[in-house]
Design a protein around this ligand. Structure first.
Ligand SMILES: Cc1cc2nc3c(=O)[nH]c(=O)nc-3n(C[C@H](O)[C@H](O)[C@H](O)COP(=O)(O)OP(=O)(O)OC[C@H]3O[C@@H](n4cnc5c(N)ncnc54)[C@H](O)[C@@H]3O)c2cc1C
Length: 514
């Protein structure tokens, strides 16, 4: 109830502002581009009856293969490397993502991999901390976040997909899409031994991840890399709040801790910019020990230093890329190849799994996928239907990263402090934002309402009890800074599709083609 009052009050004032400042983004040009030329004279293997080719069997590709295979589709998955991945990405699945696993029948893929239940977050700033529990009361007791080794989770999903008789999982590297008259007809791929093959199907779904080579012809990739994560594994220590992800509002930017097994804690240190100190010449170890270690909670400090000394330090760029598809007959993009957000809020797998549920449901009533042009038109509704979940998670990730990072600007630091204090108020002030982050209630209006409620709360703290001209000025800059953070992200996500999905042209919501 309080959530609704808050929504009503904040949304009414903000919506006018939002529309004035951002304007309708609209559907940007559906110009189609042609896919790359295919290799010459490769063999066409298989039974020729493949309905869907999936490129890449990571989180998105393997979950999609199982979902479509379970619906009876003949699926051919081509994955570059079928051995267990060893990466520092995709290790915390939000409860909203776990709900999607359930919908797909993949929930047992977090069993028997020593996955840990995650019940919420703990936030640390200076010498204070606050606990933000996921609002799980209304759900079955099994629903919670899960954290694990990414590679173990992927192997479980690959095994489950490959156990279906109509799913063929093959090791190979896709080198190009086969295109004829603007329609993608399949792929060219190379096996480990260097042999080249063609695979043909009415629908090719490209899930080749954040470094995708194949997406260029299917979307307009505008990749931003605001920072990198430096990854370490801590052993022999206990998190201050067991079963919780930990976010330290450190300088210059956040540090994360969460369990990835019963004995290991993942630490991800955010380093702003695209370059990190060199690991090889010891600069990184020095940076971590001198700049980061003093900001780590005391319970974790010694294990943090021991992990640095052990030397297995990994890095990954943190990319964000709004979805900007060129709807193309015969092909679709999914997962990170299609859309990325800052990993601070651990939303990537939830968005990918949510997209798979949308696509699976759209494809379900179609018996024949061979009319590529009609299928392409029909699948355009996918881009609209995915928006409320995907855009809420994407926007929150981008906005929180900016708010949680330190800044030389006093107004920005006031916003950061206001955010910490707002979340510490408890009740709807913590359950609302954490419901958004967890993917349990991904509503764009609720996100905008809470974001500006934080800004207004920050201004109130500045002006009460004794306002001054200087404080008024900082307050005005805080509000304009908040608008400057969130509106460009919303604009990139597409205001119209995000807030008004019902107003999209009818052909995006067309009935099944057969
Ligand atoms: C540092 C970091 C931390 C993150 N932490 C989290 C988190 O805690 N929670 C969360 O939900 N998300 C997190 N994410 C995001 C998450 O990892 C991604 O959203 C998710 O992995 C996307 O899945 P995907 O299937 O699209 O890509 P991937 O899982 O990367 O899979 C792509 C697959 O395609 C294969 N491939 C690539 N090219 C080819 C080719 N040419 N031919 C055949 N196969 C190919 C690759 O081998 C790979 O198996 C994080 C991201 C980063 C960068």
């Amino acid at each position: 109830m309080a959530d609704q009052y808050l929504l009503g009050a904040v949304v009414a004032s903000i919506l006018g502002f939002l529309l004035l400042h951002v304007g309708f983004h609209g559907w940007k040009g559906r110009a189609r581009r042609t896919a790359g030329k295919c290799g010459s004279g490769p063999v066409v293997p298989g039974d020729g009856g493949t309905e869907v080719i999936i490129v890449g069997a990571g989180v998105a590709g393997s979950a999609l293969a199982y979902a479509l295979g379970k619906d009876g589709r003949r699926v051919h998955v081509i994955e570059r490397d079928l051995s267990e991945p060893d990466r520092i990405v995709g290790e915390l699945l939000q409860p909203g993502g776990y709900l999607k696993l359930l919908e797909l029948g993949l929930e047992d893929c977090v069993d028997e991999i020593d996955a840990q239940r995650v019940l919420g977050y703990a936030l640390f700033k200076d010498d204070k901390s606050t606990k933000l529990s996921y609002p799980l009361e209304k759900f079955h007791s099994d629903i919670a976040g899960r954290s694990f080794h990414n590679g173990r989770f992927i192997q479980r999903m690959r095994e489950k997909a490959a156990s279906l008789p109509n799913v063929r999982l093959e090791q190979g590297t896709v080198t190009s899409l086969i295109e004829e008259n603007g329609t993608v007809k399949g792929v060219v791929y190379k096996t480990k031994s260097g042999e080249e093959f063609k695979a043909l199907s009415p629908l090719t779904i490209v899930c080749d991840g954040c470094f995708s080579n194949l997406r260029r012809t299917l979307c307009s990739p505008k990749v931003d890399v605001p920072s990198c994560f430096v990854g370490l594994v801590l052993e022999n220590c206990q998190l201050p709040f067991p079963d919780h992800g930990h976010v330290i509002l450190a300088n210059p930017s956040p540090i994360l801790f969460y369990p990835i097994s019963s004995t290991e804690i993942r630490c991800l240190v955010d380093v702003p910019g695209q370059k990190v100190p060199s690991i090889a010449n010891g600069e990184m170890a020095n940076y971590l020990k001198t700049m980061v270690a003093p900001q780590v909670p005391t319970e974790l400090h010694d294990s943090f230093v021991a992990a640095i000394d052990k030397g297995s330090i990994r890095t990954m760029p943190n990319r964000s890329m709004p979805a900007a598809p060129h709807p193309t007959a015969g092909a679709l993009l999914m997962g990170d190849a299609f859309n990325m957000r800052h990993p601070l809020t651990g939303g990537g797998m939830t968005v990918a799994l949510s997209d798979i549920v949308v696509l699976r449901n759209l494809l379900k009533p179609l018996h024949d996928l061979h009319d590529a042009a009609a299928l392409c038109k029909y699948l355009e509704s996918f881009y609209t239907l995915r928006k409320p979940v995907a855009s809420t998670i994407n926007t929150l990730a981008g906005a929180l990263y900016k708010v949680f990072s330190a800044s030389p600007d006093q107004a920005r630091n006031e916003m950061r402090q206001a955010c910490f204090d707002y979340l510490s108020l408890g009740g709807v002030f913590s359950s609302g934002p954490i419901a958004l982050l967890s993917g349990l209630n991904p509503r764009p209006l609720s996100l905008v309402a809470h974001f500006f409620a934080v800004a207004i709360y920050g201004v109130g703290r500045l002006l009460l009890p004794f306002p001054s001209l200087e404080r008024l000025w900082i307050g005005a800059r805080l509000i304009s800074g908040a608008a400057g953070i969130i509106f460009p992200i919303i604009k990139a996500e597409g205001v119209r599709q995000m807030f008004f999905p019902a107003t999209v042209p009818a052909y995006y919501r067309a009935p099944p083609v057969n």
